[in-house]
Design a protein around this ligand. Structure first.
Ligand code: SI3
Length: 259
């Protein structure tokens, strides 16, 4: 789920994950147009997905680095991204930087260098990594028509201080309304309130991590918190023991009680 700041160019989002466990909930969030996130290990499948996204009216695409045969440098990764973008040249293009998942540890800032000469449709980055120096350098290099979105939910506040234009994160599927309050507090200069919300989110995530938190568990939490029946995650993601999901949901409710 995406939360955004007022100056963010990205407005609507829903997940379209090739591999994953979210795609079957997209209809439940009717009204959102979606960005297509290409999660693939090959050029061929990423390009096909980009083309498909363009055909079915996606508003943009975000592409991760290939993770089976990994690019050896930022320049090689840029050539890969350029090739994928050429399958959907008119769609706004976002580089999805998530090294912990792809295993591709190039600096995002190096990927951005002169990227619009290769990808004229380039519109920003989803930055899902803890390296705030690299993030800051992406912000400082970014063009006004780009969006630099942050994806480590437990340290969003730090990214706002660097100038993040918005955020995309798995936990925002259930803490999103609180995160919007965090962003509003930050924008008003109320750091006490912003930190208070961020610390609660950190407490929730660290509690959940001790019980085996992953994207599959996240989906269970979405079900628990929303009351929507979202079904199980897809392999290789697994359901966590139901008692753990209930316990994390209880923690959520204790940290964020209904008014
Ligand atoms: C590595 C990872 O899964 N990062 C998440 C975060 O939302 C993460 O779950 C959260 O910060 C808790 O650590 C997102 O940035 C990425 C994500 O949800 C996804 O692409 O499925």
């Amino acid at each position: 789920m995406l939360v955004h700041r007022t100056n963010c160019n990205v407005r609507n989002i829903c997940f379209y994950y090739h591999y994953s466990n979210y795609s079957d909930i997209s209809n439940n969030f009717g009204g959102y147009k979606y960005h297509s996130f290409c999660f693939s290990s090959s050029l061929c499948s990423s390009s096909l997905q980009a083309h498909h996204a363009a055909q079915i009216g996606a508003e943009g695409i975000a592409v991760i680095a290939p993770s089976f045969f990994k690019p050896s440098s930022a320049d090689v990764l840029k050539k890969f991204l350029q090739e994928v973008s050429s399958s959907a040249p008119t769609l706004p293009f976002y580089y999805y930087h998530i090294p912990a998942v792809t295993g591709v540890n190039v600096l995002a800032r190096d990927v951005l260098e002169d990227i619009e000469t290769l990808i004229p449709s380039f519109r920003g980055v989803k930055f899902s990594a803890c390296d705030l120096m690299d993030f800051g350098q992406c912000i400082s290099y970014s063009a006004p028509h780009w969006s630099v979105l942050y994806g480590v939910d437990e340290q969003l506040l730090a990214s706002l201080a660097f100038g993040a234009n918005g955020a995309v994160g798995s936990t925002y599927n259930y803490v999103g309304s609180h995160v919007n309050k965090l962003i509003t507090a930050f924008e008003k200069g109320d750091l006490v309130q912003a930190r208070n919300i961020q610390f609660k989110i950190q407490e929730l995530i660290s509690f959940a991590k001790k019980l085996g938190f992953d994207v599959g568990v996240n989906k269970q939490l979405m079900s628990e918190v929303s009351g929507l029946r979202l079904g199980p995650p897809r392999l290789p993601l697994m359901l966590c023991p139901p008692a753990n999901a209930v316990s994390i949901a209880q923690k959520y409710h204790s940290l964020f009680p209904e008014p």
